[in-house]
Design a protein around this ligand. Structure first.
Ligand code: F1P
Length: 341
């Protein structure tokens, strides 16, 4: 099997995985709405490990933006080992996210949460026969996110899309349903159109460091894409909030640095100004946005529904760099697909 066989297939099949996930969520709509977070809990907490912790960061910010609830994200190890500094008083709805459904820290965090009667558990995972899929008051299963490759790509975007749909359901945003249904086509168009650009950037050996900028619901996605670049290609890579980049990290900009902006519409002008500063320092740029970027979605979809579109091209850049370095993104150095303690 050639290097990256599974990862390539998993990245390119994301639109189909998203369509299947939307069907699952549609069937689970009443269970999701029945959790009634606004009425039953004083806070919502998302949790996971590694990629699924970064997913939790992105999902928490979006859920709070849409619902107005207090929503935070913690690594599962923090909930497990430092519950008092993590959970505020009152009942909590805990949303545990895991591709495998058997990561030890996530299971321990959920067990401790349930034992301490802090509230109720909602799980999002991909394998029905794994422990996490049986622990929740509600368990959403997304088999289309299952993967062979260690580095999450299809699993991440599918689980993240599920979290986005759940947030929209809780916020009673029925108007977002049309945008969700059009995401698979928008994702397919992105992959078809921008794969050559991703290959060009990924195989450019003159780039020696990557900075991923994302704010609000996109910050967790910037963290995830930065992790992908690390895991797949063993490159120096760091995520920042857009405006934070000026407060020190921009000192690292050189002509060999590529800064990728997950630029929003709502704050697009301010975020573009940061990218202009990077350019003025001689840094290289990749601006990913709904309109006006080197990668543009042109989707016409609701901004809160389309954040998943920032993922495929960033994943492809990491994938192409891994392959061009003679590495195998299916089996990243030093990594296992599940951390069991
Ligand atoms: C969590 C995780 C992944 C990471 C690696 C090791 O897995 O940290 O995020 O990429 O595969 O495990 P899971 O709980 O989402 O299965």
């Amino acid at each position: 099997m050639e290097n990256g066989h599974f990862t390539r297939q998993e990245i390119y099949s994301q639109p189909e995985a998203w369509a299947a996930a939307l069907d699952v969520l549609n069937e689970s709509r009443h269970e999701i709405i029945g959790l009634q977070p606004a009425r039953r809990y004083s806070q919502v907490i998302f949790t996971g490990c590694g990629s699924t912790y970064y997913l939790s960061l992105a999902a928490a910010t979006l859920t709070q933006e849409l619902t107005g609830l207090s929503v935070r994200a913690f690594p599962a190890s923090e909930l497990w080992l430092s519950p008092r500094s993590s959970y505020a008083d009152g009942q909590t709805l805990l949303v545990a996210v895991s591709r495998s459904g058997e990561t030890t820290e996530t299971l321990r965090a959920c067990e401790a949460f349930l034992t301490s009667q802090r509230g109720d558990l909602l799980t999002l995972s991909c394998y029905a026969d794994m422990p996490l899929a049986k622990m929740g008051k509600v368990n959403i299963l997304l088999p289309s996110g299952q993967e062979q490759s260690v580095a999450q790509t299809r699993a991440f975007s599918t689980l993240y899309l599920a979290a986005t749909v759940i947030a929209a359901e809780w916020a009673k945003r029925l108007d977002m349903a049309d945008s969700f249904s059009r995401l698979p086509d928008a994702g397919r168009k992105l992959l078809d159109h921008y794969a050559p650009l991703a290959a060009e950037l990924g195989s450019d050996a003159s780039i020696d460091r990557f900075y991923w900028l994302g704010s609000g619901p996109r910050h967790g996605l910037a963290c995830e894409l930065s992790l992908k670049m690390k895991e797949m290609s063993l490159s120096h890579s760091e995520p920042f909030h857009f405006m934070e980049f000026r407060h020190g990290p921009k000192s690292m900009i050189t002509p060999n640095a590529l800064t990728i902006g997950l630029r929003s519409t709502v704050n697009g002008l301010k975020e573009a100004a940061v990218l202009e500063d990077v350019k003025a320092l001689g840094g290289r740029l990749l601006d990913i946005a709904e309109a006006g970027g080197q990668v543009q979605f042109g989707s016409g979809l609701d901004e809160a529904a389309r954040n998943v579109l920032y993922l495929p091209i960033g994943q492809l850049i990491a994938f192409e760099r891994s392959i061009s370095k003679g590495l195998n993104p299916d089996r990243p150095t030093n990594l296992d697909s599940v951390v069991k303690l």
